[in-house]
Ligand binder design. Structure first.
Ligand code: MG
Length: 253
């Protein structure tokens, strides 16, 4: 398994790509409200990515028909934006979005509440966000890949939720998906040794109920097997000499 170590130049471009992507998602999030369709958000994402002089990574990827994935409630990942899918009060919406700039990729995801959501959903969202940051805190030279997965899984389990096992994070660079697979579960002190210059997309997907999922007949949308809700957070993260740098970091207002 060859893991790309990024050069200074690579990192500079990936930093720009990450900043552009965070900027796009920041603007997109402001438009999320009751009554809009997920297709509206997709059209807007396409325009915002073009404004950044970047390329939407997901559009056409293995035939995917949109620039973002919009996964609502029990949809885990790969939800397809649609004019008929209108956001309702109490929904939770996961947006997964990626772009490339000068052929360098950035990938991120966030789950956002629509209107008033339940306490359980709020807890799910906060747990998933926190598990991502706990995973990121393990992304440093001489740590192992299993340290990231263990940090995510142990926290999620402690909160009474479950980590989706079939879908994983990944290396990222000039390709959206590079080696290695970055699992959201694992054992401390096991797996690949992390080195300065590696960049991973770390992306825990967390379910309220069972970890098991199924794919709908459109061959894209992944939903929980028990119909309970799911959340997803992702950042593109660089291992530095000191620790890690989140390349898709978003400054909230
Ligand atoms: Mg990803």
């Amino acid at each position: 398994m060859k893991i790309n170590i990024k050069t200074k130049d690579d990192i500079n471009y990936m930093r720009i790509a990450g900043r552009k992507l965070a900027n796009v998602l920041f603007k997109l999030k402001k438009e999320i409200k009751i009554g809009i369709s997920t297709k509206y958000l997709d059209d807007l994402a396409f325009d915002l990515i073009k404004e950044e002089e970047a390329v939407p990574l997901f559009l056409g990827y293995n035939g995917f028909p949109a620039s973002i994935c919009t996964s609502v409630n029990d949809e885990v990942v790969h939800g397809i934006p649609s004019v008929s899918k209108k956001l309702q009060n109490g929904d939770i919406l996961s947006i997964d979005i990626g772009l490339s700039y000068k052929h360098y990729c950035a990938d991120m995801a966030e789950t956002v509440p629509v209107g008033d959501i339940t306490e359980e959903d709020r807890n799910l969202i906060e747990t998933t966000r926190e598990s991502l940051f706990l995973g990121i805190s393990q992304m440093k030279p001489n740590n192992r890949l299993g340290d990231i997965g263990e940090a995510i899984e142990s926290y999620v389990t402690k909160k009474g939720f479950s980590v989706v096992l079939e879908y994983t994070g990944h290396g990222i660079g000039r390709n959206m998906h590079e080696a290695p697979e970055v699992l959201n579960y694992g054992k401390k002190h096991t797996g690949l040794t992390i080195k300065e210059g590696m960049v991973f997309a770390i992306e825990p997907m967390v379910n309220i109920g069972t970890w098991q999922t199924k794919t709908l007949s459109n061959n894209w949308t992944v939903v929980t097997k028990d119909g309970k809700h799911s959340a997803h957070f992702e950042h593109t993260v660089l291992a530095t000499d000191k620790g890690s740098e989140i390349l898709t970091f978003m400054c909230e207002d």
